[in-house]
Design a protein around this ligand. Sequence first.
Ligand SMILES: Cc1cc2nc3c(=O)[nH]c(=O)nc-3n(C[C@H](O)[C@H](O)[C@H](O)COP(=O)(O)OP(=O)(O)OC[C@H]3O[C@@H](n4cnc5c(N)ncnc54)[C@H](O)[C@@H]3O)c2cc1C
Length: 423
Amino acid sequence: MHIIVVGGGVVGITTAYELNRRGHQVTVLERHDIAGNETSKGNAAQRSYGVVYPWADHAMVFKALPWIFKQDGPLKLRMPPSLETLNFMFATLRYAWSPGLFGLNRRAMLRLGIHSRERFLALESELGLAFDGAHQGLLHLASTPEAMDTYRATCELLAELGIPARLLSPEQVRQAEPGMVGDGPLYGALSFDTDGTGDCHLFSRELARACEAQGVVLRYNVEAEALLADAKRVKAITLRTGDGGLETLKADAFVISAGCWSNHLVKPLGLALPIYPVKGYSLTVPLKDPQRAPTSTIHDDNFKVVSTRLGNRLRATGFVELADFNRDIPAARLATIRKSVESRFPGCADLDAAEAWTGFRPMTPDGPAIIGRGPRDNLYLNTGHGTFGWTLSAASADVIAQVIDGEEPAVCLDAFRPGRFAE
Ligand SMILES: Cc1cc2nc3c(=O)[nH]c(=O)nc-3n(C[C@H](O)[C@H](O)[C@H](O)COP(=O)(O)OP(=O)(O)OC[C@H]3O[C@@H](n4cnc5c(N)ncnc54)[C@H](O)[C@@H]3O)c2cc1C
């Protein structure tokens, strides 16, 4: 089949790779001039298979609301909130208070995470891509005794699913991360020993090149405008080319992986995708003293900032901000991220010289991504991956390819079904 994938972020490119492996002819449409240049560019770089969880969590709502008003609090809300923001917040609350939903969705996401690790390992051994990738574990620090209690409960769930995780004492944390000599509070950590890291932007670009070498057509600088469909099937897609021209492309099937920009393509066919852009920030900088830097990836629960080692670079990331598509980078946000790194890994890098970035998590109001058949027989969706699209990209690409080929997906996709928002 000839299959068009809209979106050259990490999700679209991994989807193209899996479809090509299965013998399909694939064309990717991407409006930037390189792959992975939107949300997949400056993320926290964690492949956190054991950490994936849904956005709508009623326990988190009570914790999170006071954060809006704290200077260094990880949750921010632009005032006055737009209608889109309010709709998204109300929908989140509705899902957060749906009995049992959080637990079901969390398990579904963790199962996809387990599969993603397997698919990443296979892909990496097949292609040998250079993206500063590693699987050296992930630490969630506990800056309060209560955090350790929460981690104990998490360990039980992970054990049930066969995901390796263990609690560490403060001494064990310092042994695992000798550069962590800062004075931030520390009561221990939860260690996810088989989780990983990697530069999602480099990965997307490297994989795009590998796909091209294997015959995938990557069309950059083109904006997909509309799907042309009858009542049963999508016949073609119109796209705006770099010189302003309009082109129509036919294909046998279409996959929408356009992240935060997916809804306007699908909605005219009768299915609204309530994906909201949840903003975050990162700093990336070469290491000044690698001995003082993290060896892998650390989640500092004190500031909710993630510090990740990427080869000779540090990536520090934070904030969940509801501000629509606003791309400003306020100095105060970067100051909080710097404060977290200095409280854990002082002197590892010159953070004032870091490259600052902001991006938008393509978030659904409940949390799981949208994976499956869309509102026409030959239209498929792999989008809305929110906080964990890098982690889950390898698995979601595999399962959507299985759905397209009419196979039973390797992971149950009930929690990810595209039609659930209309139920
Ligand atoms: C601060 C922050 C930290 C994060 N940390 C992590 C992490 O540590 N681990 C993790 O797993 N995930 C993380 N994420 C989430 C992860 O980055 C995203 O889930 C993932 O990048 C989404 O990939 P995507 O391909 O769906 O979207 P994108 O990367 O946004 O790709 C969509 C692509 O579609 C293109 N496009 C859109 N519309 C059109 C159109 N009409 N025509 C042509 N092209 C189009 C866009 O240009 C874009 O390139 C983080 C996100 C943020 C913001």
